[in-house]
Design a protein around this ligand. Structure first.
Ligand code: 8YV
Length: 315
């Protein structure tokens, strides 16, 4: 019997590639994003795909998937894969939910601190030779201690963010469909009510149609003028044009973003806002975490090869 074939669509951390080479598979490694036509063709040639967020596997591609039976996604978010279409086609889909929890929460806190303390703006000024020296009123930001962190969603990353935020003396509130177990977290029945009182509003919901533009001009208008918006979830959750307008007009104080609606494009209005901290989707970008994510994807593949239950099955 010929070996099962696996396509890895991006370069993986070395330990992940090393382990892959020991698995009973014929593996093809691709260095960069795989163009759509090649991805379509791959679904007819490979039994297993190990894709990332940059590979959009929609219902049209899945309809033509003659060979693929497992999509072992490298990453927690899977809105780039049409899960319903995969289910109907009998293709299993897994993700890597636990590996990146703390790392992404750390990045949410990084963005909060940078936005609150105007760190990016200060650094840009210094590098441009425009720092004229210390002054009692120079580049004044705001502190986090005692402020209210409003979590939108209460999954793993939101809970990890809350844990870190407590160390900064923040109070925590939440709007979530799932029950909130912590005694010190006030829950709100509506997102608008939470947005009205939060000093920092941090997004932790999945992407996709259900959450598209949850943060729009209407919601931004309800936020405090001193509030900070943090997005480490998915770009589609925020209407970027509306956010750029709100930041430029000072309707909210600042935003810290790691994800964008059309990555790697960033709304031009955001690029000119000094009060926007803009990071290039670094949420899970540490060597340890990217390695752990790869290993978790391989654990799912190993389970599938063994005919066992898939540890992180999402479809
Ligand atoms: C990943 C992420 O790096 O896992 C996620 O959902 O957003 C990122 O941190 C990316 O998805 C890799 O596919």
């Amino acid at each position: 019997m010929s070996a099962l074939r696996l396509l890895v669509t991006r370069t993986m951390p070395p330990p992940v590639e090393q382990r892959l080479r020991t698995m009973p598979l014929e593996v093809e490694f691709r260095p960069g994003p795989v163009p759509r036509e090649e991805l379509a063709e791959a679904l007819g040639r490979f039994d297993i795909l190990l894709p990332t967020i940059t590979d959009r596997i929609d219902s049209e591609l899945i309809a033509g998937a003659a060979r693929t039976r497992l999509i072992a996604n490298f990453g927690a978010g899977v809105e780039h894969v049409d899960l319903d279409a995969a289910r109907s086609a009998g293709i299993a889909v897994t993700n890597t939910p636990d590996a990146l929890t703390d790392t992404t929460a750390e990045l949410a806190i990084t963005l909060m601190l940078m936005a609150a303390r105007r760190a990016g703006e200060g650094e840009r000024r210094l590098r441009a030779g425009q720092w004229k020296g210390w002054g009692p009123t120079a580049i004044m930001g705001q502190g986090l201690s005692g402020k209210l962190l409003g979590l939108v969603g209460y999954g793993r990353i939101a809970r990890a963010t809350a844990r870190l935020a407590r160390a900064f003396g923040m109070r925590i509130a939440c709007f979530s469909r799932s029950p909130v177990s912590a005694d010190d977290i006030e829950t709100f029945a509506s997102l608008t009510e939470l947005a009205e009182v939060a000093d920092v509003l941090s997004l932790h919901v999945p992407g996709g149609t259900a959450t598209r533009h949850l943060v729009d001009a209407g919601l931004l208008a309800r936020m405090k003028p001193t509030a900070i918006l943090i997005n480490t979830a998915r770009g589609s959750v925020v209407d970027e044009g509306a956010l750029a307008d709100a930041l430029a007009a000072g309707r909210i104080a600042a935003a810290g973003l790691d994800v964008y609606e059309q990555e790697p494009k960033v709304h031009p209005g955001l690029l000119t806002c000094e009060n926007a901290v803009l990071l290039p989707h670094l949420g899970s970008a540490t060597l340890e975490t990217r390695t752990a994510m790869g290993m978790q994807a391989l654990d799912n593949i190993a389970a599938w090869l063994a005919g066992a239950e898939l540890p992180n099955r999402v479809a």
